[in-house]
Ligand binder design. Sequence first.
Ligand code: PAF
Length: 288
Amino acid sequence: MRIIKSVAAMQRLARGWQRAGTRVGFVPTMGYLHAGHMSLVQRARRLTGRGGKVAVSIYVNPTQFGPQEDLSRYPRDFARDVRLCREAGVDVIFAPDNAQMYPGAGADKFSTFVSEGELSRSMEGQSRPTHFRGVTTVVAKLFNIVQPDVAVFGSKDYQQAAIVKRMARDLNFPLKIVVAPTVREADGLAMSSRNKYLTGDLRAQALVLWRSLQQARVAVREAARPIPAARLKAELKRLIECAPAARLDYAEFFDPVTLVPVSGVTRGTHLALAVFIGKTRLIDNTQL
Ligand code: PAF
C-alpha cells in the first residue's frame, strides 16, 4: 500500500492507472476510520473487481467546518487509519496537508468554490451555512486528483451524498457515485468518528436518535393515512429532549429524491435528524 501526500504524485499515479485501463474505486474520508468507512472500502473493492485499485483519501477539510465547529479537535489517528487500510487491502492512501489542498494563501483565503444551489439549502445547509460549499469544493478537487471511475459515500450523510451526486452530474465528472448503507453499532447507534466525543453516559443518551427513527417508522407503518409532519416533529422533539443532554437541532421529513420537505408523512418518506448530545452534534436518517 502506498501513502501519497502530494497532489502532483497522486495525479501522476492516477494518470498511469488511466493509461493502463485500470478501474479505480475511491472512498473520500476525514480519517479516524471505523467499520462504517471500512464497509465503503469493501464496496469500492467489489465495484472495481480484480485488477482494480482502491484509493482512500484522509483529509480533515477545513472549508467544511464553520468557525464555531470542531475542526481543531476533530479526532485523528493516522497510524491506526494506515493499519486499517492496509488490512483492508487498500492500494493507496492519499493524505494531503492544507498547503497541498489549498495552495497559495491557504483555506481562509481560497477563492474558487463549487456550490450546489438547490439540495444544499435545507437541513445541514441551514444549520451549517458554509458546510456543503466546503464539501463540494473538496470533493470536486479530490475527484480531479484521484480521477476515480467510482466513488463510494455513506448514507449516514444522506444529504451530502445527494449533493455530491448532483454535482457530479451537473459538472460532468466521468464517474459513478455509489451510496452504501449506514453501519450501526449493535445497539443501533450509527457509526461516526464523532462518537468518540460521547464520554460517560452521553453514549447511552445518543441512542435517542436511533429510538426516534424507530418510533417514527412504527408510527408510519401503523397509520392508515399520512401523518402531519408537524405533529410527528413535535413528538420526536419531546422524545429526544427527554434525554437530559439532548437538544434537537432539526427533524425533517422529505422526499428521498428531491429532498423537498413533505407535510404528510407516509411509507417511503425520508426522515433526517440532527441532535446535540451535550456539545456533540450527531446526524442520522432513515427511509420510513
Ligand atoms: O463525509 C466526509 O467524511 C467528508 O464530508 C468528505 C466527503 C470526506 C469531504 O471532506
